[in-house]
Ligand binder design. Sequence first.
Ligand code: SF4
Length: 366
Amino acid sequence: MSVATECGKPSVAGAALPVEFSQVLMQWQRHSGRHGLPWQGTRDPYRVWLSEVMLQQTQVSTVLNYFPRFLARFPDVQALASATPDEVMALWSGLGYYSRARNLHRCAQVVVAQHAGVFPSTSSELQTLPGIGASTAAAIAAFCHGERISILDGNVRRVLTRLLAFDGDLAQAAQQRRLWEIAQALLPEQPAAGDMVAYTQGLMDLGATLCSRSRPSCAACPVLVLCRSGQDGTASRYPVKTRTLKRRHESWWLLVLRSPSNDGAHRIWLERRPNAGIWAGLFCTPVFADEASALAVLPPNTGRMQALAPVAHSLTHRELRLHPLLLEMSHTPVSGDDSGRWVDMEGLDRLGLPAPVRQLLMQLPD
Ligand code: SF4
């Protein structure tokens, strides 16, 4: 509910709102925002959804490489739904956060099977689909159908908490709800055609460009006169979030088994990772918690072993140190079980592999 404050500004959830914000933001976006991104200028929910999912936790510069390739192979939701999980994972390989790809695939299958291949049009219906959260649903509904609904991803949280000097602790669900309420109240009152696109894109652009995490460019910001933290130089204090992520350090040993293939090239032994946990469902070399365990699985006199330089890899909750052990085998043994398979080097492109493992395999010494 909105009430008037002493200074005449409406107050929502205890915060006085700058009523001009949406107009200033839309004007800035139309003149100075980003307009050339390949997922802009469309009202196709498939493209908006795909870009939104790819952009979660991933830089625009990275998504610019993946988005066109993914679209070329899967031009619509039907094509994606009928792909195999391995095809989807192979194209996602390197983007990280692989649960996004699994949900993307499942969501496409649900849209085809239960919605006749057409995405629902409202944010509340969109949120019932696998992997589509409130902010992604809002982005699709606002961009494609002009729904008056606010996004609230990490960048937008930063912009709004700074704008209002919102000091609620976003580690608490109640404060997150307060900020949603405020975000909703800041929307253009009666959006004209195109306003929700300009406003939503404006929030994204401001968060991705001027209102950056470490050094916001307040002097160049179109909403500086409305921004409480920008005015008093305290932007770096926001957003407030007391619960910080604790990263665990772990070492893994990767057993890289390499053997000659018929054409004189090489093959690598790969196994599918379990369906839960790190790199779930991807193909990978066998992984061990220590070197002794890796060596223990090898029959005696199997070949020449070489310890390669360790590789550091960061995940959301873990810092991994990968220790590759390259074992040259004189011939390709016949696989005695179905836990994995021998893959030619050129076949690696067709499988979903974790990015550091793919990179390691591509750079193996001769
Ligand atoms: Fe962010 Fe500074 Fe703009 Fe405020 S004035 S929105 S802190 S860039």
